[in-house]
Design a protein around this ligand. Structure first.
Ligand code: HEC
Length: 255
């Protein structure tokens, strides 16, 4: 199973646990006359809370690992997701402290619970919700391929060709570019067609007027931009030297 789908399933469980906690809390504190067995409901509420935090920690491990292997700045969506998750951690800690130690604040404990529930929906929506929509409920695997690739890339050495490989768009540059392409790009891009593997096939990429995905003009400069600050989900190759990028572009111009 893919890591994204796995995380999405964890998120669905988190949502269910949130609903259980909310329901038990409302039944215990919300009615003018309590109708339920409070001790039993308290136990369920507590168990759901601790299970929630356990799953939360597992999911956080995957998130942190993913940040580590991609070594990239977070996207606005991931930033929002991190802020919401961190808020939950703080609120949960506070709630625990209030119920255990600072009991004078006990009146506020339900507000903390409500805030945690509210933010949980934002947290899950901004990650699993997004993933399930764009991957057509987990059936489009290109996201996972990209995660797989990032994992693989993190195990490879950075940098590459020695310094003396000065750029000249001659046959040498083209064949150096081909080597780089085979090791870094062919996992996701076909060169013999325009069929999509993970990213679009790159046949004739510089002979067309527009780039296939962003629809920007098909120029070497825009290709270079794609490597440094990629449009869409492609990982960045900003660690390639200028010469290596020139070589790759020289190779792409032959397709
Ligand atoms: C992990 C997969 C992956 C790897 C590796 C990868 N790409 Fe991409 N690439 C993509 C995806 C995906 C897109 C389309 C963007 C999207 O779907 O979000 C893309 C788009 C492109 C585009 C079209 C950009 C546009 O503006 O339309 C070019 C050109 C490109 N990649 C070149 C490269 C080159 C050169 C390399 C190697 C240095 C490379 N890619 C490595 C996944 C990858």
């Amino acid at each position: 199973m893919s890591i994204y789908l796995f995380k999405s399933i964890l998120s669905v469980v988190i949502i269910l646990l949130t609903i259980i906690s909310m329901y038990t809390m409302l039944e215990m504190l919300g009615r003018s006359q309590v109708k339920v067995d409070v001790r039993k409901y308290k136990k369920i509420h507590k168990a759901a809370g601790f299970l929630y935090i356990g799953i939360f920690m597992i999911a956080s491990y995957f998130c942190l690992y993913y940040i580590y292997i991609s070594r990239a700045e977070l996207t606005p969506r991931s930033n929002l997701h991190s802020i919401l998750s961190l808020s939950i951690l703080v609120l949960f800690g506070m709630k625990l402290l209030i119920t255990r130690v600072y009991k004078q604040f006990h009146n506020y404990v339900n507000i903390y619970g409500l805030l945690i529930a509210l933010i949980t929906f934002g947290m899950v929506g901004s990650s699993a919700g997004y993933y399930l929509i764009v991957s057509r409920l987990g059936t489009d695997i290109s996201f996972d391929k990209i995660a797989q690739y990032k994992h693989w890339a993190s195990t490879q050495k950075r940098g590459g060709a020695p310094e003396e490989s000065a750029f000249a768009a001659g046959p040498e540059s083209i064949s150096r570019g081909e080597v780089i392409f085979k090791s870094k790009c062919s996992f996701c891009h076909d060169t013999k067609s325009t069929e999509t593997i993970v990213g679009p096939g790159l046949k004739g990429i510089l002979k067309n007027r527009e780039l296939p995905f962003s629809r920007k003009p098909a120029t070497p400069d825009n290709l270079r931009n794609q490597l440094v600050k990629p449009f869409g989900r492609m990982p960045s190759f900003d660690y390639l030297t200028k010469e290596e990028m020139d070589d790759v572009i020289a190779f792409l111009s032959t397709l």
